[in-house]
Design a protein around this ligand. Structure first.
Ligand code: SIN
Length: 311
């Protein structure tokens, strides 16, 4: 892809695979022309971050809401008075698993998972606490033709059970998210609920295919057991985490990071024991993903369909 030019912001690529740092903009007072370029950069680089911002929760919501309607994570508590802002808190003395501390894409157990997430740094450790991103475009494009053809035909059953269901070990403080000190959960959806999405999705803006394996939320392939599905899912997970497909986003207080949940997996580093980290997280809803194995989706919770041509 040819890199595009930007007139209303400065953009620095941070890795060969994906990711860009954007400066020269104030997200709290953004012109329409600058926003159009940010939208373009978001799709071109899949993960972007803006250092040195000063945003209230309202301003973070106003900026993120320019991408589309805000939704909320169905399992994390939001800040009082801010129904779209989830607080991600890890205390200095927290131990065990951190929120987001494995490769995943966000909330893919939902029928219409968020297409974008913004994360605003309130309090960060002096070092560590970065987020890693992996390009699911590159993950797909580097598979062999035979494996791409197989993946194109598969449908994955997603659920939040592995992370949030006490019946699957979510009460174990070493493995579980919901037992961690600092975080507040609000399980408004049944974590056992299952949702099908195509393994290969077509990105609605770029038209490119992505390998939409989303980590902990992918339980099994449709019409297969978990045991039968595990070898291929595990192979794809190792493939996606290839360092050549990744970039790394670091934070100072006031950094806002944003990622395209249709095109990346991410991983919150857990390398800052003894320090507190507080982030505000806002997400944008999107239509359900479509791909060769599920070219048309009819949303059951709203009268909405999404289609893509299948090649
Ligand atoms: C997330 O997975 O939504 C959070 C990522 C992070 O805290 O770095």
């Amino acid at each position: 892809m040819t890199a595009m030019t930007y007139r209303h912001l400065q953009l620095r690529r941070v890795a060969g695979a994906l990711g860009a740092e954007i400066t020269g903009v104030d997200l709290g007072a953004l012109s329409d022309a600058a926003f159009v370029e940010i939208q373009r950069a978001f799709c071109e680089y899949s993960a972007v971050y803006f250092p040195d911002q000063r945003l209230t929760p309202e301003q973070q919501c106003a900026f993120t809401g320019r991408f589309g309607p805000l939704t909320h994570h169905p399992l994390i508590a939001t800040l009082p008075g801010h129904p779209h802002v989830a607080g991600l808190v890890r205390e200095a003395d927290s131990t065990g698993m951190n929120f987001g501390g494995s490769w995943h894409a966000d909330s893919t157990f939902m029928e219409s998972p968020p297409f974008a997430t913004s994360l605003y740094a309130i309090e960060v450790p002096p070092q560590g606490g970065d987020t890693l991103f992996a390009s699911l475009y590159l993950a797909y494009e580097t598979l062999s033709a035979g494996m791409r053809e197989l993946c194109d035909r598969l449908v994955v059953v997603h659920s939040a059970a592995a992370a949030y269901d006490p019946d699957r070990g979510a009460n174990d403080p070493k493995k579980s998210l919901i037992m961690q000190k600092g975080m507040q959960y609000n399980l408004t959806e049944d974590p056992k609920k299952e949702m099908e999405h195509p393994l290969v999705c077509v990105h609605p803006v770029s038209g490119r295919k992505v390998l939409w394996e989303t980590g902990v939320y992918c339980l099994r392939f449709r019409d297969m057991t978990e045991e039968e599905s595990a070898p291929l899912l595990n192979y794809l997970r190792r493939h996606i985490a290839n360092p050549n497909f990744t970039c790394r986003m670091g934070y100072r207080p006031g950094t806002l990071g944003m990622w395209d949940n249709r095109a990346v997996q991410h991983f919150a580093m857990n390398d800052y024991a003894g320090y507190r980290r507080v982030m505000h997280r806002v997400q944008v809803g999107g239509p359900p993903p479509v791909g060769p194995a599920m070219p048309v989706r009819t949303v059951t919770t709203a009268s909405q369909t999404a289609t893509v041509p299948v090649h």
